[in-house]
Design a protein around this ligand. Structure first.
Ligand SMILES: *Cc1c(COP(=O)(O)O)cnc(C)c1O
Length: 377
């Protein structure tokens, strides 16, 4: 069986974890490896502050607290996304206003956002699906005009850019995921990216259980105490050590994934040209990170038969996202603004193919051949 995902592993993860154990240094959060990860991302993605967190879900929660989301507020988000994108805001009492996606990138349709704004709207949550950027210039303009926060769910967007800027660094806050299904991993983990200085101190406090322990560790106060609301969003040093080994090799991992992505694209182009399937669209001002390779079938029925056929041939393919607005919790906590022209339709015909660091070209070719056999019998 060809797996759908294999978590990336470089080799140096073990050495770094052993270093944490051997030197008997900190096992809890904010030790040397956490700092190394934060600094690496601040430097490479050119952003003021990065704080490693226990997950992208938690980074989104932290952002929701920083944006002071409260009961009665509304936030605008796509329905074609993972539950965490909106749960972070629902847990603070917000109502989610879903808007439709674009059929090309499957990202939130920026042209539909302004119409969904009410006097209760507090934030826009763009999700960079598959590591391909949303139309951030337009979204930032709308947010500025209506005085809204922009919180980028860049869980899938590490190492991808929009007009030369790293995803997650364009809005007020950005969030990354280092879950084992993402391009870089620490098992479970994430990061919050902060562009504006005025939010850094409060973010550190919320992340540290509502205390000013971060200031204490830097020697800026002589004891630490409870100063605000907060939770425990710090990952252990063991996890940070694992991630650091992968960040050091981020280019290697990224290049390898892109190679697989391009192999898929070239290999399947003929099926696209003959209108059997559709392939991903990457706007020319975006660089993506090959987080995912998906194809779009004609409809749900065609997709189900393709996924079954691939399974019989030893290939694990997967679909993505039952639209949130039609799910049990989505009906309770949100509403869809405007017409659902593409969200449901596109989600029903999408198939994700195996994609991971180190996926052998022979396997990729076998997958391509198998899809050809399915369509051109
Ligand atoms: C993976 C993912 C998340 C959640 O990430 P965790 O680190 O598992 O909390 C959130 N949003 C999107 C779009 C994701 O793909």
């Amino acid at each position: 069986m060809i797996n759908f995902n294999v978590p990336p592993y470089i080799g140096r993860e073990q050495d770094y974890i052993q270093e944490v154990i051997r030197t008997n240094q900190k096992l809890c959060g904010d030790g040397p490896f956490t700092k190394k990860c934060n600094n690496w991302m601040e430097e490479h993605f050119d952003v003021l502050k990065v704080l490693l967190t226990t997950s992208c879900t938690h980074a989104l929660e932290l952002a929701a607290i920083l944006a002071k989301i409260k009961p009665g507020d509304e936030v605008i988000a796509p329905s074609f996304t993972f539950v965490s994108t909106v749960n972070a805001f629902v847990s603070k009492g917000a109502t989610i206003v879903f808007v439709d996606i674009r059929p090309d990138t499957l990202n939130i349709d920026e042209k539909l956002i302004e119409d969904a704004i009410t006097e209760k709207t507090k934030a826009i949550i763009p999700v960079h699906y598959a590591g391909v950027a949303c139309e951030m210039d337009k979204i930032m303009d709308i947010a500025k005009k209506h005085n809204l926060f922009v919180i980028e769910d860049a869980a899938q967007g590490v190492m991808a850019t929009y007009k030369g800027r790293a995803l997650g660094t364009i809005g007020d806050f950005g969030t990354y995921s280092f879950h084992e299904t993402k391009n870089y991993t620490m098992g479970e983990g994430g990061a919050l990216l902060i562009r504006n200085k005025e939010y850094v101190e409060r973010a550190e406090i919320i992340r540290e259980k509502g205390t000013n322990r971060s200031k204490f560790l830097r020697g800026q106060v002589d004891k630490y105490s409870w100063v605000d609301v907060g939770s425990s969003y710090l990952p252990s040093e063991l996890n940070a050590a694992y991630l650091y080994a992968q960040l050091e090799e981020a280019k290697l991992i990224n290049d390898n994934r892109l190679k697989t992505w391009n192999l898929y694209y070239e290999g399947l182009k003929e099926l696209k040209d003959n209108k059997f399937i559709e392939l991903p669209v990457i706007p020319n001002y975006c660089t993506h990170n090959a987080h995912m390779f998906y194809i779009k079938c004609e409809n749900l029925e065609d997709r189900s038969s393709l996924i079954n056929y691939l399974k019989e041939e030893g290939i694990n393919a997967a679909f993505h996202y039952v639209p949130l607005h039609s799910s049990e919790a989505g009906l309770k906590y949100g509403r869809f603004h405007g017409r659902d022209e593409f969200t449901t339709k596109e989600s029903e015909r999408l198939v994700r193919l195996p994609m991971y660091y180190g996926l052998e070209p022979e396997k990729t070719k076998y997958i391509i051949d198998t899809i050809f056999r399915f369509y051109v019998k």
